[in-house]
Design a protein around this ligand. Structure first.
Ligand SMILES: [Fe+2]
Length: 405
């Protein structure tokens, strides 16, 4: 019998939102099998679970808890793609030398943390990525979703099942008004530096019957080397995908492309516990749509407009869970059933330190028509054994500390 209690977060009155829960009485350094089952089922029921008071949890414990959701995996979700300096993810993540699947993210100067010395973290600001920006004079009071995404390399490596995020140091908060700036007048009051989550299950549930049928039968092809490919492109004001101004890098300016590594994934991904379907698309990285009749939508603007029309209702203000971070919060989220976004802008002296971990999955996400796979928690825990072929060799390379950027 586990002592862990899972309590859904309070939802606004008349809200359609169905995401988020708080887990109390947890010690991730000492989890029993029953504890693990409670966390597993809580995660796949509520999509985001907040484990309170885990400041003592080590990077190793964070990695091991993350790995337990996908026991045969041990390599970071982006593999070595982060190493490419042209990747838009490159400046945002610093690797913990003794636990290279765990990245440090945040804001401000940090003298020493987990073997990293004299690092300067930078919370990404929407003005570096959006086509338009909130004027500087309003920047402390107003903000935007930076970039809605799934944590995934989307080239060569399968999307991680879950991500864990640990709040080590959190600046004391003010609130900001988040604007969508898309003509809708939608806005949200958000805690400073919140992380915003929406449920892919709700995003799917609120579609029309014909859009559900379209989503069930459509495959999404992602760009090769997507984070380099999109590095010159600019985002919509909602952070939900890119504007189409022809700024993506052509193939000859990308690293060599192996067609076998290009990701083509179902538009709907199945929850391994409940069987529910989530609309799961990384809107910035999408390149083509493969339709039921075998035709391919290749025009990038058309592709993006189709995806945006499907996803935009799912980020309506009443559907967004904005986590108000406290130090010691360890958040686990179902990366195959949610999309999420960084939010907010910090001053340079507002120091924030987070640890993030996710692992490239051993298997692609379950599509709408595949049989449920064996529950992840029931799988035996396997340890990584290097030296068993090319893939293992690649992974072994990434078990070594990556250089700190
Ligand atoms: Fe993320």
């Amino acid at each position: 019998m586990s002592s862990i209690q899972i309590t859904p977060v309070a939802q606004p009155i008349n809200s359609r939102r169905n995401i988020g829960a708080i887990a109390t009485n947890v010690d991730v350094n000492n989890l029993t099998e029953q504890d693990w089952k409670v966390l597993h089922d809580g995660l796949y029921t509520h999509s985001v679970i907040v484990l309170k008071n885990q400041a003592h949890a080590t990077p190793k414990a964070q990695f091991e808890l993350t790995q337990r959701f996908d026991p045969s995996c041990s390599a970071y979700g982006h593999g070595k793609t982060l190493d490419a300096k042209r990747s838009i993810l490159h400046p945002d993540l610093k690797t913990i030398p003794h636990q290279p699947q765990v990245q440090v993210i945040g804001n401000g100067f940090v003298g020493e943390f987990e073997g990293l010395r004299n690092i300067t973290l930078k919370h990404p600001h929407h003005k570096t990525f959006h086509k338009t920006a909130i004027p500087d004079a309003q920047d402390l009071d107003f903000t935007r979703f930076y970039r809605w995404h799934i944590d995934a390399a989307l080239y060569d490596l399968h999307p991680p099942r879950i991500t864990s995020l640990m709040a080590v140091q959190v600046p004391k908060g003010r609130t900001q008004t988040l604007r969508y700036d898309d003509g809708s007048r939608d806005e949200l009051q958000v805690p400073l530096g919140t992380t915003a989550f929406v449920s892919g299950y709700t995003m799917y549930d609120i579609l029309s019957a014909s859009d559900k049928e379209f989503a069930r039968t459509t495959q999404v092809e992602y760009a090769a080397h997507p984070y380099i490919w999109m590095s010159s492109a600019k985002s919509r004001s909602t952070g939900l995908g890119l504007e189409s101004d022809g700024l993506e890098l052509p193939a000859e300016e990308l690293p060599p492309i192996d067609d076998l590594k290009i990701m083509k994934l179902p538009m709907l991904w199945k929850n391994p516990l409940t069987g529910k379907l989530a609309l799961q698309i990384h809107p910035s990285a999408v390149r083509r749509l493969h339709l039921k009749d075998g035709s391919v939508v290749d025009d990038l603007k058309v592709v993006r407009d189709m995806v945006y029309r499907l996803q935009r209702p799912g980020i309506a203000p009443d559907l967004v869970y904005c986590h108000d971070w406290e130090e010691g919060d360890l958040v686990l989220f179902n990366n195959q059933g949610t999309i999420h976004s960084v939010v907010g802008a910090f001053a340079p002296d507002e120091v924030r330190v987070f640890r993030q971990c996710n692992l490239a999955s051993s298997t692609p996400p379950e599509g709408p028509d595949s049989a449920p796979h064996e529950a992840a928690w029931a799988q035996p825990l396997r340890t990584y054994a290097p030296g068993k072929g090319t893939q293992a060799a690649d992974q072994a390379a990434w078990m070594k500390p990556m250089r700190a950027y």
